[in-house]
Design a protein around this ligand. Structure first.
Ligand code: CA2
Length: 146
């Protein structure tokens, strides 16, 4: 039975509350409900958001003992800065899909590098919150083929 972990990094708790012109009006709780409702009935989704790097590293390290089918990860600003979180992901070697709500490639130059993309089976950017749905589908398709 597929088990998917959805990880969101710093400031993504503000989704739906600030900067709707970039990030839309949907909250993280709305997203969690929507993803859960649309997922196949045999699929378990778990959600975790943190503004603290160490906390995120510990959540990722926990996967060494409790592996999952795949991770949907929006690392937020850590995408462009965090070797420490990259190292945690790298040591767990999950089936990873990196998601960005905005099209980072259309934004400031510092958003155009990622410490995660080469660890991911897919990278989705600029599709808004639909990107999380596409990521879920990508992991489920991948798990059927492997
Ligand atoms: O586009 C994305 O999903 C990002 O990962 C979002 C990060 C940004 O640093 C990345 O470059 C691209 C920022 C997340 C901040 O989230 C907010 C949500 C609502 C209001 C304010 C911030």
């Amino acid at each position: 039975m597929p088990e998917i972990l959805v990880l969101n990094g710093p400031n993504l708790n503000l989704l739906g509350h600030r900067e709707p012109e970039i990030y839309g009006h949907t909250t993280l709780d709305d997203l969690a409900n929507d993803l859960t409702n649309k997922a196949p009935s045999d699929t378990t989704l778990t959600f975790f958001q943190s503004n603290h790097e160490g906390e995120m590293i510990e959540r990722i390290q926990a996967l060494l003992h409790q592996p999952v089918t795949g991770i949907i990860f929006n690392p937020g600003a850590w995408t462009h800065t965090s070797v420490a979180i990259r190292d945690a992901v790298s040591s767990v070697k999950p089936v990873l899909v990196e998601v960005h709500i905005s099209n980072v490639h259309q934004r400031e130059p510092f958003r155009q590098t990622s410490y995660f993309s080469d660890l991911a089976i897919a990278v989705i950017a600029g599709c808004g919150l639909n990107g999380y749905h596409f990521a879920l589908q990508t992991i489920l398709n991948h798990s059927k083929d492997h």
